[in-house]
Design a binder for this molecule. Structure first.
Ligand SMILES: [Zn+2]
Ligand SMILES: [Zn+2]
Length: 450
């Protein structure tokens, strides 16, 4: 550091006691501690009764040194995933970038339309028609060029390898449908991770910390009505104008509820991040696993609802240890090779193995009017599914599979050609056991090198 720069720095060093009162030098019980070459004490937050604070206005993240609980190194080293880049996603992503989260992954498959402009801080009128994730990435990079941004235009349930989620410190989701929430809940459960979820209305909002590994998950809170609505094309949860809203495919939400819930979700995400990175995080950062914060905006109130795990809830299937196979990639590994690997691990013949998908995979389209039959691979509930006949353009009938075996006609085709993303993790059953196998050969390409 040059002398000029040194003169510009304003450094304040203050010692505070437990109650936040300044401790003068004479009574400073840490005055005997050694300082470093530059004359500073180690100011990292510890469980000691008090700490020193230092503020350097030339340091973008100096604010962390004033905070009692958040640590700069933890936040800068964090990897967070956010499903959704709409109104709420804008708020959450903006908060993560302001906070300096080191690596931010986010996914959405929508383009920007005029109605997004009233609610989304990162979008401008000139962005209409562009992909939400691309525009969000541009604006976020302007805010902080040092953050690693990984925008993905995909359906989070099917288009992103589970190995990506597995490598994240914190999973958050701000999607707007029940079906997408269930999908994300299953992913988190499979990997044994908690996840944060937010939902907004006109005046009200909620933020939840679902905990498939040890507490209540999103599906624990689903009643029969929600289960029914899950399979509707668009399913807003309880609203007085539910039917009209469903017809319009829009839920009335405001940028205000998005800002409030987006702020709380980001704060809870920072707690989770510290929980993952620190052996003993400060007790103030304890994650409220299974808790839901509900803000009723009419006659305003905020309450914490502790949800209980529901008996027989299907949302808690933990896949256990993941077998990393470095030779396997989506582009080069066939279904047969995957099943053969599973067979050898499980000690059963390959004919006894079965890859359980957890969703309906379309593998063929048949057009009754014109008799055309064609291969077509897509999850049935993907947003990108296109059931038009390739010959006459009419509606074709899809054929589904929920599990794949070595006898499939396409067993010798690479997994990518069957619609599976790189770095995917597959759950294969055989005999009385099962094994989760990752296409770890895709790791470098997907995760990048850092
Ligand atoms: Zn559950
Ligand atoms: Zn046809």
């Amino acid at each position: 550091m040059s002398e000029d720069q040194e003169e510009e720095l304003e450094v304040f060093v203050v010692a505070l006691d437990e109650d936040g009162n300044e401790i003068d030098e004479e009574h400073d019980p840490l005055a005997h501690l050694a300082v470093d070459d530059e004359g500073r004490l180690d100011l990292t937050y510890t469980e000691s009764l008090y700490r020193r604070m230092e503020y350097d206005k030339g340091d973008r993240f100096a604010i962390y040194k004033l905070m009692a609980y958040f640590r700069e190194d933890v936040v800068r080293g964090g990897k967070i995933f956010c499903a959704g880049a709409g109104a709420l996603g804008n708020e959450v992503l903006k908060n993560f970038v302001l906070l300096g989260v080191g690596e931010l992954w986010f996914a959405d498959f929508d383009d920007i339309d005029a109605s997004n402009l009233a609610k989304s801080v990162l979008f401008r009128p000139t962005d209409i028609g562009r992909a939400k994730v691309d525009v969000a990435a541009e604006r976020l990079a302007q805010m902080d060029p040092d953050i690693t941004l990984r925008p993905i235009s995909a359906d989070v349930r099917f288009g992103i390898g589970l190995g990506v989620f597995r490598r994240m410190d914190v999973l958050t989701s701000v999607v707007d449908s029940i079906d997408a929430r269930v999908g994300f809940n299953r992913i988190a459960a499979a990997l044994g991770k908690p996840w944060l979820d937010a939902g907004i209305g006109e005046l009200s909002w909620r933020v939840s910390c679902w905990d498939p590994p040890g507490g209540a998950c999103f599906e624990c809170t689903m009643d029969d009505t929600m289960r029914y609505q899950q399979h509707l094309p668009y399913a807003p949860s309880c609203a007085p104008m539910a039917e009209a809203i469903r017809d319009m495919q829009r839920q009335p939400t405001s940028p205000l509820s998005a800002a409030m819930s987006g702020a709380l979700l980001a704060q809870e995400a920072l707690k989770l991040l510290h929980d993952v990175h620190m052996d003993e995080p400060p007790k103030e950062l304890t994650m409220p696993h299974g808790a839901q914060f509900y803000f009723g905006g009419g006659d305003p109130y905020l309450e914490t609802q502790l949800r209980r795990p529901a008996p027989d809830c299907p949302g808690h299937d933990f896949w256990g240890e993941i077998l990393e196979v470095r030779e396997f990639t989506a582009a080069s590994t066939t279904l047969r090779e995957l099943l053969e690997k599973a067979a050898s691990v499980l000690g059963v013949p390959v004919q006894a193995t079965s890859l359980r998908l957890g969703f309906d995979l379309i593998h063929e389209l048949y057009c009754h009017p014109c008799g055309h039959r064609a291969e077509y691979f897509s999850p049935a509930r993907s947003r990108f599914v296109d059931l038009r006949c390739g010959e006459c353009g009419g509606d074709a009938r899809p054929d589904y599979k929920r599990a794949l075996r070595v006898t499939e006609r396409f067993a010798d085709r690479p997994l990518a050609s069957l619609g599976f993303p790189p770095l995917q993790i597959f759950l294969v059953y055989g005999g009385d056991d099962r094994v989760a196998i990752e296409l770890t050969g895709d790791e470098k390409e997907v995760m990048g090198e850092r």
